[in-house]
Every structure is written in structure tokens, then in C-alpha cells.
Design a protein around this ligand. Structure first.
Ligand SMILES: Cc1cc2nc3c(=O)[nH]c(=O)nc-3n(C[C@H](O)[C@H](O)[C@H](O)COP(=O)(O)OP(=O)(O)OC[C@H]3O[C@@H](n4cnc5c(N)ncnc54)[C@H](O)[C@@H]3O)c2cc1C
Length: 401
């Protein structure tokens, strides 16, 4: 048992802190609709004050300094006390933070990591460009050093959340003669400055979660270069592995980048079966459609197997084999599982699954339709499925180019 490695004193202290800090409307079993924005902020602040939004990061950088076993106890205890565990943006916690811990210098860690943990600074990812997606290393956004500043010109596209972000971690070309992979640098800068133009792009799902971002003589302080000059490609790839690991998390049907914002995680398997029973079940809740029963059961079995594989891989990572190219396998499979789940839900919902707007459809009908359309992006974001297959062929299976 995980908790055996953790002292009772740790658990007691944790429980009393969480009980003292969690506002009443956000307690387990309370009506969360009564919670105010101030309640949610107070809960986040108290949680982040002990570094629990990034529980395993070192304390000196604002993290919780917890072991994996203590982190599991934190999850258990917070589930006993509160309706949800506060979260901050995954761009900081799951993408930039891990690479700053690995490649950042001491000043960069001290400056940026605590603001990620507290949620003070929201980050976005400046990787893709209008002409550079799968062939990311062909990117053309330029950064030229002028005195103490990088001066940046160019454009990024499909930048999720740029319109809500404060800072960007950005891949820029800093050597224009070198082979394409050897002329890229990883630079951080404040998005809220003159010269930055952010244009939201509407998705097929109707939302505008990503943007095109234009840079005209945008400035980044020289000290905000992470890692060596022209050594950004190594950092870029490492960050993609962290991103793919995040995107491969439990398949629950929610847009996976948004999953962290979910208040209370539900069991995805029973949620799928429940939806089928509610729509198509007989008086006893039994599903008469054998083909649909089979699809749901197969999805549930695959989901269970995938969960166990992820757990095994997590154990291997703990014993020193860090996540590497294998994250491409998990990202690929999680994308397919999520899309398959959305398709099954559409089959279950029948014509309700076509709800787009208007009073004829319930909010959940509309949400499911949009979720189904959003799931199409799963096999594109974080690198397309074809690109994952290429990585698996080359880096996992060792097949020739
Ligand atoms: C929901 C969502 C969120 C995103 N968020 C961000 C973000 O925050 N920041 C960011 O920088 N980017 C983001 N992206 C962009 C994403 O990383 C790119 O869309 C993706 O890398 C593909 O690039 P592309 O769109 O230019 O397609 P292309 O690279 O032009 O690919 C077009 C098609 O060709 C195929 N293809 C290309 N090269 C090969 C090859 N060598 N072998 C086989 N097939 C190939 C692709 O698989 C694809 O089917 C996001 C995308 C989505 C959908």
C-alpha cells in the first residue's frame, strides 16, 4: 500500500491543513454552485501555498517537495475533504516546468517555477508556425540579439490559450546558416508587450481555444534563453515528450488538455455505460442492442488495459527509465481511445448527439456534440498520429529511415 511508506503524522497534518483551508461551499458533498470566485481563489491559494499544485517539485522552487507516495496520500486526503483539488495551467506544470527543472539555470528556476505553482503566470506554447507543424524544425520565427535583448519577428499558429496567457515559451531561429535542427533556441518572453498581436481562431467545435500570434520586434531579455544558444531542439523534443505524456493520461472523454480543470473526476467506464443505459436501457437499465453492448464492453476492457500499461510505465519511470520516445505510443493510443469513446457516445445519443444550439437540446447534449468534434483534434495536437507512428518506428522499434 502506498500509504505504508508515509507516516501517520504526515497524513494528520495534511488532513488538518486541508480541513482548515477548504472553503465550506467547496467541501466534499457541498453544493459547488454556491461557491464564489473568491472561494475558488482562496482554495487555490491555500493549496498552492504549500506547493501542492506541483507536489513533487522541490520546495525551493515553490513545489511541495513530496515523494510519489506522499503525493498519493495528498490525493487521497484531498478527496476526503474537498470537492476537487485545485489545479493551475498544465502548460506550466506539465510542460515548461519539467524542462526548466532539467535545463534551466538556477535564476530561471527561482524566477519562473514558483509563479507556475501559484498560477500567477499562465504560459502558452509557441511551437507551430503557418509553414511548420510536423516538420517543426523548419520554423522561421527569428530572434536576433541586440544588446541585452532578443528581438523576435515572425508568427506562431494554433497557440492554445494565447489569448489568456501572460508568457510564451517559444522556439526561435537564432542561426540562419546552420542545419535546421542546429539553429533553434528556446526563449521565454512576456506576451503582454507592444509588437504582439493575438488573433483567436475558431475551432470546428465552436470554441476558440487557440490563436495565431504575430511578433513584430518583440523583446525578450537575454537571460531568458533556456539552455545553450542554438541548443533549443533538444529542449523542444523533451518538452514534447512531457506534453505527450500528459495527453496520454486516463482517457475520460473530456478534452484532455482541459481535464485538469475538471472538478471531480468520474469513472469514465461507468460514465459511458451509464449514458447508454439512460438513453437506450429498458426498465431494468439493460441494453438490448448487442452490438452496442459489445462496443462499450470492448472500449472498457481496452481502457482498463491501457490504464494498467500506463501504470506499469509509470513504475518503470520511477525506477530510473524516464519517459522517452515511448510516450508517442501512449499519446497515439490515448487519442484513438478518446475518439472511439466520443463516437460510441454519439451512437448512444442518436439525434440528441446532433445538438448544437437552441432549447430543443439540453446543455449536456450540446456539450457532448462539441466534445465529439473536439476529439478530432486529439490526433493532431502534440504532434499528429502519423508523426507518432514515425517516432515509434524510428526511436522505439529502431527501424531504418
Ligand atoms: C487542438 C490543438 C491544439 C494545439 N495547440 C498548439 C499549441 O498550443 N502550440 C503549438 O505550437 N501548436 C499547437 N497545435 C498545433 C499542432 O502541434 C500541429 O497542428 C501539428 O503538429 C500538425 O502540424 P500541421 O497542422 O502544420 O500539419 P502538417 O504538418 O501540415 O500535416 C498535415 C498532414 O500531413 C501529415 N504528415 C506531415 N508530415 C508527415 C510525415 N513525415 N509522415 C507522415 N505524415 C505526415 C500529418 O500527419 C497530417 O495528417 C495544436 C493543434 C491542435 C489540433
Amino acid at each position: 500500500m502506498a500509504s505504508e511508506e508515509v507516516s501517520q503524522a504526515f497524513r494528520d497534518d495534511l488532513r488538518s491543513y486541508l480541513e482548515a483551508q477548504c472553503p465550506a461551499p467547496l467541501r466534499k458533498g457541498a453544493d459547488p454552485s454556491a461557491a464564489t470566485e473568491a472561494d475558488r481563489q482562496a482554495w487555490l491559494d491555500a493549496y498552492a501555498a504549500r506547493g501542492y499544485t506541483t507536489p513533487t517539485w522541490p520546495k525551493e522552487y515553490g513545489g511541495g517537495g513530496l515523494s510519489k507516495a506522499e503525493t498519493r496520500v495528498l490525493a487521497e486526503e484531498v478527496a476526503q475533504v474537498a470537492a476537487y483539488a485545485p489545479v493551475v495551467s498544465f502548460f506550466g506544470t506539465s510542460m515548461l516546468g519539467p524542462v526548466l527543472l532539467e535545463f534551466g539555470n538556477e535564476d530561471q528556476k527561482k524566477e519562473h517555477l514558483p509563479k507556475i505553482t501559484s498560477g500567477e503566470i499562465n504560459w502558452c506554447q509557441g511551437y507551430s508556425e503557418p509553414g511548420s507543424g510536423s516538420d517543426l524544425a523548419s520554423l522561421q520565427t527569428r530572434a536576433v540579439l541586440e544588446g541585452d535583448h532578443w528581438v523576435i519577428n515572425g508568427s506562431k499558429i494554433w497557440t492554445t490559450g494565447a489569448n489568456h496567457a501572460d508568457w510564451m515559451f517559444c522556439l526561435t531561429r537564432t542561426d540562419f546558416e546552420a542545419p535546421k535542427h542546429d539553429g533553434i533556441s528556446f526563449i521565454l518572453f512576456d506576451l503582454r508587450q507592444p509588437g504582439v498581436t493575438i488573433s483567436p481562431i475558431q475551432l470546428i467545435s465552436g470554441a476558440s481555444e487557440f490563436c495565431q500570434v504575430f511578433f513584430e520586434d518583440v523583446r525578450a531579455e537575454k537571460r531568458n534563453l533556456v539552455g545553450p544558444l542554438n541548443g533549443g531542439w533538444t529542449i523542444a523534443k523533451r518538452l514534447l515528450q512531457h506534453e505527450r505524456q500528459m495527453l496520454s493520461g486516463p482517457v475520460d472523454g473530456a478534452p484532455r488538455r482541459a481535464r485538469a480543470k475538471q472538478a471531480a473526476p468520474t469513472d469514465p467506464r461507468s460514465a459511458l455505460a451509464e449514458s447508454a443505459r439512460a438513453h437506450l436501457g429498458d426498465a431494468d437499465g439493460q441494453l438490448g442492442d448487442a452490438a452496442l453492448r459489445d462496443r462499450i464492453a470492448q472500449w472498457e476492457l481496452d481502457s482498463m488495459c491501457f490504464g494498467l500499461t500506463l501504470r506499469r510505465s509509470g513504475e518503470e519511470a520511477r525506477s530510473g527509465q524516464g519517459a522517452g520516445a515511448a510516450t508517442s505510443m501512449f499519446k497515439l493510443y490515448a487519442s484513438e481511445m478518446n475518439k472511439r469513446r466520443a463516437e460510441i457516445l454519439m451512437s448512444v445519443r442518436g439525434s440528441d448527439g446532433l445538438g448544437w444550439e437552441g432549447e430543443a437540446f439540453s446543455p449536456s447534449d450540446i456539450m457532448e456534440t462539441r466534445g465529439w468534434l473536439r476529439s478530432k483534434g486529439n490526433s493532431i495536437e502534440g504532434g499528429t498520429s502519423e508523426v507518432q507512428l514515425n517516432v515509434i518506428a524510428k526511436r522505439v522499434l529502431g527501424l531504418p529511415d
